[in-house]
Design a protein around this ligand. Structure first.
Ligand SMILES: [Zn+2]
Length: 160
């Protein structure tokens, strides 16, 4: 994926926002194999983050804005659903694509503040009982993360 592919993939950002976007610092050395989606915070715009996932018809990217919500303590990420809470989880708002977004319509989600979800899902879970199949537990979590992320993308994308 090139820098331009990445900018062009954003479905809910203006041309100006796409041009202004700061690429992830490690863009050239990203470990695509072990990413369910690419996510990073904008180095120049502290409240802004981006997630890009592989979808039918090519990559789809979404620009997110962290909302300062005095939420419940220690919320859980809606994407990786990690129960060990290894990192901060914050509330993000995404402008919806197309006309809905231009009318001010947004989709909110709780997510890991620096999009640590792929790493979280791959960490072996604690052994719930002797003989539990840890590897299949991990596979289920990866599948769950991909499903949760895809349904978020659908909500942002739907401009009906
Ligand atoms: Zn997460």
């Amino acid at each position: 994926m090139t820098e331009n592919d990445l900018r062009d993939s954003l479905i809910n950002a203006s041309r100006r926002e796409r041009t202004a976007l700061a690429l992830p610092a490690d863009f050239d050395t990203l470990d695509w194999e072990n990413l369910d989606f690419l996510g990073w915070r904008d180095a120049k715009l502290p409240a802004v983050g981006y997630v890009v996932g592989a979808c039918e018809g090519g990559p789809v990217g979404i620009m997110l804005r962290e909302v300062d919500s005095k939420a419940r303590s220690r919320p859980q990420c809606s994407w990786c659903e990690d129960v060990l809470l290894p990192n901060d989880v914050v509330y993000f708002n995404a402008r919806r694509a197309g006309k809905a977004g231009r009318n001010g319509n947004t989709v909110g989600t709780l997510a890991c503040s620096h999009f640590e979800c792929s790493a979280n899902a791959r960490r072996l879970p604690p052994l719930p009982y002797p003989g539990f199949d840890l590897e299949s537990g991990r596979q289920r979590r990866i599948v769950g993360l991909r499903g949760n992320f895809a349904s978020f993308v659908r909500k942002v994308r739907d401009d009906g």
